[in-house]
Design a protein around this ligand. Structure first.
Ligand code: ADP
Ligand code: ZN
Ligand code: ZN
Length: 757
């Protein structure tokens, strides 16, 4: 038996594991996660490391592999747990052990964590005021200003004070010498919340909220741990429910992880938790440096933090007494990692909760199909909030048919109704949000006259327009199907066959022409690239410094705009026809969320949805604001085509710079797969590759076939799609595939990546 070992965890060495042999007398003691002592380097210095993997096959010359010296009895539980979690991620999502480890354990920077200096008064306020007057009399302006700032603002960051007031270090030093102030160095555990303790307003919870909380608490006190789906419409007061649940768990001395998508992680949201839990709360975001993440990791391990809030990576907070994981907006795409291992935070949270005996609460106004499906099956417990907590009304929703507009001579991006309504709101001095849902937008092609969308004959997913030097094509992003581009609609003969190409910038220009007096703000990738610009635009709009806000999906979440009485969705089809089996789901979610922006205040708002396909069920259901109606239609589509949550899909991407080598490897892969497929029909015995497949466990393999973007940055990619009802069968398939290519010379310079569902 051989063990892969990482030495000195949380170090750059994490990039690499070292292999050691397990001597016979240690065989039953060595396991993944165990701390061992090993001889290291030329001098065989004894150092500690952690076993991260065990294998029967050595990866090096056996003669050069050293033996593990001993198993260290003292164990670091949190680290052990993280290593096991990494192993689980690798098994379930596919990656190397090192990639998985780096995902769960932050690597310490070589650079020391930045040190922050804080300055505060060491005298009473009266004394400070007296000193201030003295300085003024003596025209010691700089010192006077520092004292004034400290009286007004309390403890402050030295560098902030210096830049804001244009003060030199000498001045600070002089004040320190006079015994008026003190400067202390603090490690930055970056906490975006200032030390202003605000009073939480007392809210009488409504019966639905109380019932959800009561159910949770009763289960919790009876030692029942499970997953709950809190399905509550926008504004139904889900956050208040989470807070009471968290309070209960924290009172029992346990810790809590709260996941909030980064885009919704605003001051407003975070403050609500802070008001209740004060400095028990810590916040992480993706802008934090490696060093800062490492600090938080240590603090959590030391038990200094009770509640950790942040995006998906805070799932890996090494709490020892984890009692609850809350995932707000559980349907968000941001919960899936884009890097290997491409884990999903929801499933990973449920796994972590099981190992730690914690509960999970998923919350959403538009739950993912996966979650609602499981709730219907009784795997998750469903809790409903179907009333707006503040008693505000839901908005009026209009659906405008853009085909009709075109046929009646209106070629503008705005339907006549939307244009008239914008005009009306500008006159009333109310605000408007216009929304261009470009999420995942990849250039679908449709007939603008009859609305026909061109789809893959095999997958029922929109084809994407690809511009090639050898002739433009329509390509299916799932199976790789290709056909030449279409110039004329086969249904109605119209020549208006095209993609919808307007961007936010064009919309902004068009608006300023149509409504010259209106003040317009734009929010998209271009205008928010600078740090803080996102918040700046939102707060400027919230302060009513502009009439119209035009933007992408970024504007849907995070802020309350009480003066907004009109929301326009310029082209609902843009997200409806992206090449993704979740396209309808995303569209429905976006439309509901966007509509949620309109009816916040006492005046009911209006929402205008513009579309070429007004009869599409996701648009009809959004107009009704009826999630379950949408779900019932969508689940049939998933069932018919075998998409999740009914079946699971594993995508294997095989890529290389060398096209010839890639094709050879793929040919080899095909033979290997044929082997498996034949085995399936012949018997349910174990085949020579060790995959057991019986008649009940259906598995369906497509490919390898050219990826939609076959050549990118000089790298060629082919894909294989594997479908099965049983997730385990797919992870087995992946493992066997890994084993198969591991020692296969044909795969020497070829990279293989996995992506589930
Ligand atoms: P959700 O997360 O479900 O969209 P929020 O938790 O943000 O909803 O709540 C929306 C607003 O309703 C918040 O301003 C919140 O303070 C308020 N609210 C929540 N519960 C109640 C209640 N029982 N009575 C009055 N207002 C409430
Ligand atoms: Zn047509
Ligand atoms: Zn297809």
């Amino acid at each position: 038996m051989y063990a892969d070992i990482i030495v000195d965890i949380s170090h750059e060495h994490l990039d690499k594991t070292f292999q050691y042999a397990v001597p016979d007398h240690l065989l039953d003691k060595v396991d993944i996660g165990v701390m061992v002592n090993v001889p290291f380097g030329r001098g065989n210095k004894i150092i500690t490391g952690y076993v991260v993997n065990l294998t029967k096959q050595p990866s090096y010359d056996i003669l050069k592999i050293k033996d593990i010296k001993e198993v260290v009895v003292q164990r670091v539980k949190a680290i052990e747990r993280m290593i096991q979690l990494a192993a689980w991620l690798r098994r379930n999502y596919g990656s190397t052990m090192n990639q998985a480890l780096k995902m769960v354990i932050p690597v310490k920077d070589k650079i020391q964590a930045k040190q922050k200096k804080m300055i505060s008064l060491v005298v009473s306020n009266e004394e400070a005021c007296a000193a201030f007057e003295q300085f003024q009399k003596k025209h010691a302006v700089a010192m006077a200003r520092v004292i004034q700032a400290l009286i007004n603002e309390g403890k402050s960051d030295v560098s902030d004070i210096q830049t804001k007031l244009n003060i030199t270090t000498k001045t600070i030093q002089a004040l320190e010498d006079k015994g008026l102030v003190q400067v202390e160095t603090a490690h930055i555990y970056r906490n975006p919340i200032k030390e202003t303790v605000l009073q939480e307003e007392i809210i009488e919870l409504n019966n639905q909220q109380k019932e959800a909380i009561h159910t949770f608490i009763e289960d919790y006190d009876n030692e029942i741990r499970k997953t709950y789906l809190l399905y509550g419409i926008t504004g139904s007061g889900k956050t208040n429910v989470y807070i009471e649940m968290i309070q209960h768990v924290v009172n029992l001395g346990k810790q809590v992880i709260v996941l909030i998508p980064e885009i919704a992680l605003t001051f407003q949201t975070v403050q609500r938790f802070y008001k209740r839990f004060g400095d028990k709360v810590s916040i992480m975001n993706s802008r934090m440096s490696k060093g800062e993440r490492y600090d938080q990791f240590k603090r959590a391990m030391a038990g200094e933090i009770r509640i950790m809030i942040g995006p998906r990576s805070v799932l890996f907070t090494p709490f020892n007494q984890l009692g609850l994981i809350v995932i707000d907006e559980e349907h968000e795409t941001a919960y899936k990692s884009e890097q290997s291992p491409k884990y999903h935070a929801r499933e990973t949270a449920i796994h972590i909760a099981e190992t730690m005996s914690a509960s999970v609460v998923l919350g959403s106004a538009t739950p993912s199909l996966e979650s609602f499906y499981r709730a219907k099956q009784g795997i998750y417990q469903l809790m409903k909030l179907d009333k707006r907590a503040t008693g505000a009304n839901l908005p009026n929703i209009y659906v405008e048919d853009l085909r009709k507009e075109l046929n009646e001579g209106n070629r503008s991006i705005l339907s006549r109704r939307l244009a008239a309504m914008i005009d009306d709101r500008l006159k009333k001095h109310q605000q408007v949000i216009l929304f261009l849902n470009k999420r995942g937008y990849a250039g679908f092609i449709s007939c603008r006259s009859c609305g026909k969308v061109f789809k893959c004959p095999h997958c029922d997913i929109s084809l994407t327009h690809h511009i090639n030097p050898y002739g433009n094509e329509l390509v299916c992003h799932y199976c790789g199907y290709r056909q030449p581009e279409i110039k004329e609609c086969p249904e109605c003969g119209s020549k208006y066959v095209s993609g919808f190409r307007a961007g936010t910038q064009q919309v902004e220009q068009m608006l300023s022409k149509t409504f010259p007096k209106a003040k317009i703000l734009r929010m998209d990738m271009d205008t928010t690239s600078k740090k803080g610009s996102h918040e700046a635009i939102l707060s400027s709009f919230a302060n009513h410094e502009a009439d119209i806000l035009v933007g992408t999906q970024m504007i849907v979440k995070g802020h309350d705009f009480p003066h907004v009485t009109l929301v326009g969705i310029l082209a609902a089809d843009m997200s409806l026809y992206v090449s993704d089996y979740r396209a309808s789901e995303r569209t429905f979610q976006l439309l509901v969320q966007a509509a949620g922006r309109a009816g916040r205040a006492k005046v009911p708002g209006d929402v205008v949805i513009q579309t070429y396909t007004p009869n599409h069920y996701s648009i009809v259901a959004a107009k009704e604001q009826n999630y379950e109606q949408f779900y019932d239609e969508e689940i049939i589509f998933r069932q018919m085509l075998g998409y999740p949550p009914i079946q699971n899909i594993l995508k294997i991407s095989i890529s290389s710079k060398n096209e010839e080598a890639l094709l050879l490897a793929c040919q080899n892969m095909t033979e290997w797969q044929d082997n498996i497929k034949n085995e399936r029909t012949v018997s349910s015995m174990e085949n020579n590759l060790g995959i057991r497949i019986n008649e009940k466990e259906k598995i369906q393999v497509t490919g390898p076939i050219k990826a939609p973007i076959y050549k990118l940055n000089d790298i060629y990619t082919q894909i294989v799609l594997v479908k099965s009802k049983d997730y385990e069968i797919l992870t087995d398939f992946k493992d066997k595939c890994d084993m198969y290519i591991k020692d296969n010379v044909l795969y020497k310079n070829i990279s293989v990546q996995y992506d589930f569902n």
